[in-house]
Design a protein around this ligand. Structure first.
Ligand code: GAR
Length: 190
């Protein structure tokens, strides 16, 4: 199986959903986390997944910590990176080392509501429809080429919390499905 790393900063429900997908076509071989106190690290420990946690403030630049990440990824034989709530822009060091192999999931129908708190932004704007987007990562904020989207209706009775629950349920199904499709396509190219 090809090896993948998940990058996450927070809770890790998407990370957990990937780990709990029986037929995932890759091995999640590493968690990369930019917050040594994030809850996702406990999830990795529970599933015995190796962790590379770092504090960006202890490096002189983004290039400096991304070089360390690339070293660690190469040592672990990682060929794909799946961002799952990694709340940081990916820089040229990682993008060049993993060209077209970095994927992100975002809780809105991009290009609507990029950036932080996409669910809150959508809820408070009053849109009747929002959703989930999976896309290739480039240097922008939630801007790379879109791979898949699934829309979700915002009902009158929805609260911000119920909307978040619905979106996360879709995320947990859609991310493994799209990852498997990508892995199959890239195998076909070899
Ligand atoms: C997810 O909803 C993900 O789509 C979002 O962060 C959440 C992380 O939740 N990502 C972004 O907003 C990226 N711009 P989780 O830690 O429970 O997986």
């Amino acid at each position: 199986k090809v090896k993948a790393a998940v990058f996450a900063s927070g809770t890790g429900s998407n990370f957990q959903a990937l780990l709990e997908t029986d037929n995932l076509q890759c091995e999640i071989a590493l968690l990369v986390c930019d917050n040594p106190h994030a809850a996702v690290i406990d999830k990795a420990s529970a599933y015995k997944i190796p962790v590379f946690a770092f504090n960006p403030k202890s490096f002189s630049s983004k290039a400096a910590f991304e070089e360390r990440i690339v070293e660690r990824l190469q040592k672990a034989g990682i060929s794909w990176i799946f961002l799952a709530g990694y709340m940081r822009l990916v820089g040229p060091t990682l993008l060049e080392a993993f060209n077209n192999k970095i994927i992100n999931i975002h809780p809105s129908l991009l290009p609507e509501f990029p950036g932080k708190d996409a669910i809150g932004q959508a809820y408070h704007s009053g849109v009747r429809e929002t959703g989930v987007t999976i896309h290739y990562v480039d240097e922008g904020m939630d801007t790379g080429p879109i791979i898949a989207q699934e829309s979700i209706e915002v009902l009158n009775e929805d609260t911000e919390r119920s909307l978040k629950e619905k979106i996360q349920q879709v995320e947990h199904q859609l991310y493994p499905k799209v990852i498997n499709q990508l892995l199959q396509q890239s195998e076909g190219l070899i």
